[in-house]
Design a protein around this ligand. Structure first.
Ligand code: SF4
Length: 754
């Protein structure tokens, strides 16, 4: 009888990166539980983790490449699949140029070591300006504001939640999400400890979320008005002499400019817009100022709105003004062991960030860190002319459900000449593809969270090898990426991907030995490449990043991190609590925090105009639509797992009972919700947890479309909220889609009685 085996790995399902203990026998998963010895999560897991067993066994998961011919899907060999990709893509690139291909990258890629390491190589080979990702429907405002203020787009301060005395949360529900742009397993436990040690938790949100229910204080805020609220906090801090940046004073540019900019935004002026009274705004400003250690944090609700970048900026402005940025118990910059842009080079100064190096062809929206806004993709496919997108490559993404005005994008996908998807499901997006290339499931991959340790509330490093062997004949994800890279580079479907792998590693090594301040500066690249042998693939690249990183052994010492050292600690390596990093973390050209970056200063005029508008009250029948997050749902693919979808219907329209009564809507009936972009019909669920005048629909649903093979998802289809969101509305500073505060009309669906 096959013996049981206990393995330790990291949960790849959300940003919390919990450690898992998984017991297997052969290819069977016997149990999944939290890893009690994990240095970061200490045994905590949420219900989603158990779904990994169901995912592992899901018969709907694709395990062989698929090619669509005359609307029939056929299983094919990898050689046939790549030959088909070459046959489809090469003539398009040849005839119409590189921009005829769009690449869309979905959120699961950020959990994939192989994808994070090899995507840059693939994009380099693609040479298209049409690169899109979930970042512009989710977090780009924070990346832009952080890049402008601190010099790199992942220099995002995270709240030091374990040591703070006062935490102000806006548009965030970490009890359910377990943190986002803030990696922190067991947020419930961390927030409870904050309150047990006498700290205060304050939540500002148009919905009384589960986090708000546990808070000391919750205030409804009108969707999309967080920038006004925060500017009034800034105004109060200046007006009442409460600003105290402390040691940051030596590293600030633009303090007086911020003071001048805030003058108009008094608590009295903004109160009618936000729905929070002036006294409360002043009190919160005072509490933030006098708390020994405090932090402000905002998340998805603050990013997915028209003033997303201004809100993201103001959060860090308040942290600076109250002396809480880069202070223990305030908001601190993590120091990741591998892959951090703000750990490379001498530190203290850098090139800063540039955006807008090119513009989208149709609407003229600027690029942000190499990407164009996902809200532009449909028009780039539809609009004829030079540079029109005729082929799409999706990598673990479902933009048909997750990007605004998804009905328009669906129709646009129908007109493509060719489409390739790297994905494990035949879903609402990949049904449009000509070829689907399925990577192995997460438990058959090695894991290291290159991205999330850059956002982690504690510095750690944790590597886990694959728990399962790949299925016979299956390709690793990085091998799929390199085959696609070879095709895009014009080397053909039969090219040996090992050559590109070699080149990728060599390029990385050469760049690092040429970087001033690196622990391998000036070394012979050949010697470093030899030292990495016999590894290949992601392990070689990760080993290199760890050894040349801030805790690395520098390739000539027995002290410090390497992949073998990290792998020898299956429960993770604890690198300690976050520490102050200013000025070393900065990469701005001035070597200072740019508190008033020019693009942000210019956009404040738009906020000023909105301040002076009248008529912020919604009319009867009109409402503002927001999203919501559910503990058992994160990405749309999770709806194909019974353990995560069972129970009562969760895709419902939440509306306040008073609001519903005015519209003659009753619990359990169906409402018709209409926006500029579309119409949906959805069951009504009354709840006083939502602000009157606001309605909410969760995202990621809408599994009714034909041609998919996600059987459980299609039994609980729900409604796609992105039929209502408007691709024409973006935050102009980041191109991020506006998914919150959508004006809608809500009506009762009349039943015809014959
Ligand atoms: S909180 Fe996130 S990482 Fe932790 S077990 Fe749940 S899904 Fe996995």
């Amino acid at each position: 009888m096959t013996e049981t085996r206990t393995s330790y790995t990291t949960c790849p399902l959300c940003e919390a990166t919990c450690g898992l203990e998984i017991v297997t026998r052969g290819r069977e998963i016997l149990s999944i539980k939290g890893d009690a010895q994990d240095v970061f999560s200490h045994g905590y897991i949420c219900p989603k983790a158990y779904s990994l067993k169901e995912l592992h066994e899901d018969p709907d998961v694709l395990r062989e490449p698929m090619v669509r011919r005359v609307d029939q899907w056929h299983k094919v060999s990898w050689d046939e699949a790549f030959a088909e990709v070459e046959r489809g893509l090469a003539p398009i690139l040849e005839e119409y140029g590189r921009d005829a291909l769009a690449v869309y990258v979905g959120n699961p890629n950020v959990h994939s070591l192989a994808s994070l390491l090899y995507l840059p190589t693939l994009l380099h080979a693609a040479r298209t300006k049409n690169f899109y990702s979930a970042s512009t429907v989710d977090q780009m405002p924070k990346q832009v504001s952080s890049g402008l203020m601190f010099g790199t787009f992942l220099s995002i301060p995270v709240p030091d939640v374990d040591r703070t005395d006062y935490l102000l949360l806006l548009g965030a529900n970490p009890l359910v999400s377990n943190g986002s742009l803030m990696t922190a397993p067991d947020m419930r436990g961390r927030l409870r400890k904050l309150r047990q040690r006498g700290g205060r938790l304050v939540v500002i949100d148009p919905y009384r979320t589960r986090t708000a229910q546990e808070a000391d204080e919750h205030h409804f805020i009108r969707p999309g008005s967080d920038a006004f609220f925060l500017f009034a906090i800034v105004n109060t801090l200046f007006a009442e002499g409460l600003t105290a940046p402390g040691r940051l004073n030596d590293y600030l540019n633009g303090l007086e400019e911020v003071r001048a900019l805030s003058e108009e935004f008094t608590p009295e002026r903004v109160a009618p817009i936000c729905g929070i009274d002036a006294d409360t705004i002043r009190r919160i400003a005072n509490q933030l100022a006098v708390a020994p250690r405090a932090a402000v944090y905002g998340r998805i609700g603050t990013c997915t709105q028209s003033f997303g970048t201004l809100v993201s900026w103001l959060i860090d402005v308040v942290n600076v003004l109250t002396g809480n940025l880069d202070r223990e118990g305030g908001a601190l910059f993590p120091r990741p062991a591998a892959g951090g842009r703000n750990t490379s080079g001498p530190g203290g100064r850098g090139r800063g960030v540039r955006v807008g190096r090119w513009k989208s062809r149709v609407r003229g929206l600027p690029e942000y860190f190499g990407e164009l806004p996902a809200a532009c993709l449909a028009e780039e496919i539809e609009t004829p002319g030079r540079g029109q997108v005729r082929a799409v490559l999706t990598l673990a993404g479902n933009p048909v459900l997750s990007t605004p005005n998804s009905e328009r994008l669906q129709k646009a996908f129908d007109t493509l000449d060719f489409m390739v998807s790297v994905d494990i499901y035949l879903n609402e997006t990949t049904r449009h593809a000509n070829v689907i290339l399925p990577p192995p499931l997460s438990l058959a991959r090695s894991h290291y969270d290159l991205a999330f340790y850059q956002l982690s509330v504690r510095n750690i490093a944790r590597y886990s090898p694959p728990i399962f062997e790949r299925n016979p004949g299956a390709l690793a994800e990085w091998q799929i990426f390199l085959h696609l890279t070879a095709i895009l580079a014009g080397q053909g479907a039969n090219a040996d991907p090992r050559i590109i792998d070699e080149l990728t590693a060599h390029t990385l090594v050469q760049r690092e030995v040429a970087t001033s301040g690196s622990n391998i500066e000036g070394r012979d690249p050949g010697e470093i490449m030899d030292a990495l042998k016999p590894q290949t693939g992601p392990e070689r690249l990760l080993d290199f990043l760890l050894r040349s990183g801030p805790y690395g052994d520098g390739f000539d010492s027995s002290q410090g991190l390497s992949l073998s050292e990290v792998a020898a600690h299956p429960h993770g390596v604890d690198l300690g609590p976050l520490q102050p990093r200013i000025p070393e973390v900065l990469r701005t050209p001035s070597g200072k925090i740019d508190l008033a970056p020019q693009p942000i200063v210019e956009d404040i005029e738009r906020l000023r105009r909105a301040l002076n508008q009248t008529g912020h009250e919604s009319q009867n029948g009109h409402a503002l639509l927001i999203g919501r997050r559910d503990l058992r749902s994160n990405n749309s693919w999770m709806h194909n797992l019974h353990v995560l979808t069972k129970g009562k219907e969760r895709c419902t329209l939440h509306i306040h009972p008073d609001h519903a009564a005015r519209l003659s809507l009753c619990n359990g009936e169906t409402a018709r919700v209409t926006s500029r972009a579309g119409i949906v019909e959805i069951p009504i669920e009354l709840t006083d947890a939502i602000m009157p005048g606001v309605v909410s629909i969760p995202h990621g649903w809408g599994h009714r479309l034909p041609g998919t093979t996600m059987h459980i998802a299609s039994e609980h289809p729900g409604v796609n909220t992105n039929i209502l969101t408007d691709e024409g509305e973006v935050d102009p500073l980041s191109g991020n889609a506006v998914l919150n505060g959508i004006p809608v009309v809500v009506e009762r669906v009349m039943v015809n009685v014959v």
